[in-house]
Design a protein around this ligand. Structure first.
Ligand SMILES: Cc1cc2nc3c(=O)[nH]c(=O)nc-3n(C[C@H](O)[C@H](O)[C@H](O)COP(=O)(O)O)c2cc1C
Length: 339
């Protein structure tokens, strides 16, 4: 699966991340790295995987004005930065407007930005996903941010993380958890199971683990969260909003903790966990898009919303891309109507 990594970069950070991602990919697939300034968007080389990366400027993608501002910073000899090109160069937004992406190629997206909540610092990658969607281009299989410091250079450890992210993309494994609107899709042999903390979710997980053990399949356990269901005290710390990625991790850690005893009954099954911000049915369908099967309890912690939308299991049965197994409640389950 040849991969093409296309990047925009003013000071070299996004370029460096692109090179690391390519290095990670190259263990399994040939990978080419090209700048938006060198690559004709209308005549792209053959690729099954296209990775698009851009620096965050003004909360989103660069513009001629923001590139001008960047050039001024780069030309200041005290900055210690070296400009990759002048400010008249093309940005990712202009490049994408003209790009003819191969119809069958899978697309992944990354950006560089300052560490912090996406709603506060913005994300170029988020804008790329929106532009792709507006152009009818779905799905984006993974999106990730790599962090720069105030001096526009990558934080320590980010190059290594980029290399690992590239390796995960090539291996078609779930990529490292991303701050994304949708969960990271599970691999084609996986069984995905939703777990909202209810007794029925426990039964769904136990069923998924039994099936996985029989089939030799890995299991991805997913918990969707929202502002209302985030673990108490996880959204704000010292008066500041906690980065969404950190809340994802808190939700995931809680999920691991709460499912420990069920997991121990089937210790041979390979397990990964995801905490994902979003509406439960949408998150489960996004993560299970390419999976072997999605397993859900017949009724979870739905409450009023589930009365309006139909239960999560009902939405998944109707709309999921993979087969769905709905695990019925047993007589001993106490939360019949969704605790
Ligand atoms: C004009 C300008 C605006 C920026 N705006 C933001 C921003 O809104 N949010 C953010 O996280 N980083 C912002 N940054 C920092 C960039 O994300 C950082 O320069 C970039 O990631 C470095 O990548 P590069 O070396 O590939 O250009 C801005 C940088 C410049 C020059």
């Amino acid at each position: 699966m040849p991969a093409l990594i296309v990047y925009e970069s003013m000071f070299g950070a996004t370029h460096a991340v692109a090179e690391e991602i390519a290095a990670g990919l190259r263990d399994r697939t040939p990978a080419t790295v090209a700048s938006v300034n060198d690559l004709d968007p209308e005549h792209l080389p053959e690729a099954d995987l296209i990775v698009l990366g851009a620096p965050t400027h003004g909360h989103g993608l660069s513009t001629p004005v923001s590139r001008g501002d960047a050039a001024l910073i780069g030309l200041d000899s005290y900055s210690g930065l070296r400009l990759e090109h002048d400010d008249n160069a093309v940005g990712m937004a202009e490049w994408l407007e003209r790009a003819v992406l191969p119809a069958d190629a899978v697309v992944a997206v990354f950006d560089t930005r300052i560490r912090g909540p996406r709603l506060v610092v913005g994300s170029a990658g988020h804008h790329v996903v929106r532009l792709l969607r507006a152009g009818g281009r779905e799905p984006v299989v993974a999106s990730e941010s790599f962090y720069v410091m105030d001096n526009h250079r990558l934080e320590p450890g980010e190059r290594q993380r980029a290399r690992e992210w590239g390796a995960a993309l090539a291996a078609d494994r779930p990529a490292p958890l991303a701050v994304a609107d949708e969960g990271v899709p599970a691999s084609a042999d996986s069984i995905v199971v939703g777990h909202d903390g209810s007794a029925q979710a426990d039964r769904a997980l136990a069923t998924a683990l039994d099936l996985a053990a029989a089939l030799g399949a890995p299991v991805v356990v997913v918990r969707a969260w929202s502002i209302d269901t985030a673990p108490p005290g996880s959204l704000f710390q010292g008066g500041y909003a906690v980065p969404l990625l950190e809340v994802d991790h808190r939700v995931r850690d809680l999920l691991i903790e709460e499912t420990r005893s069920i997991r121990e009954r089937q210790s041979g099954v390979a397990l990964t966990y995801q905490g994902v911000l979003g509406q439960p049915a949408e998150v489960l369908m996004a993560v299970s898009r390419r999976a072997r099967m999605l397993v859900v309890g017949s009724r979870g912690r739905g409450g009023f919303a589930s009365l309006l939308l139909g239960s999560v299991s009902e939405q998944c049965v109707r709309h999921a891309a993979c087969p769905v197994l709905v695990v019925r409640p047993s007589g001993s389950d106490t939360d019949h109507d969704g605790a």
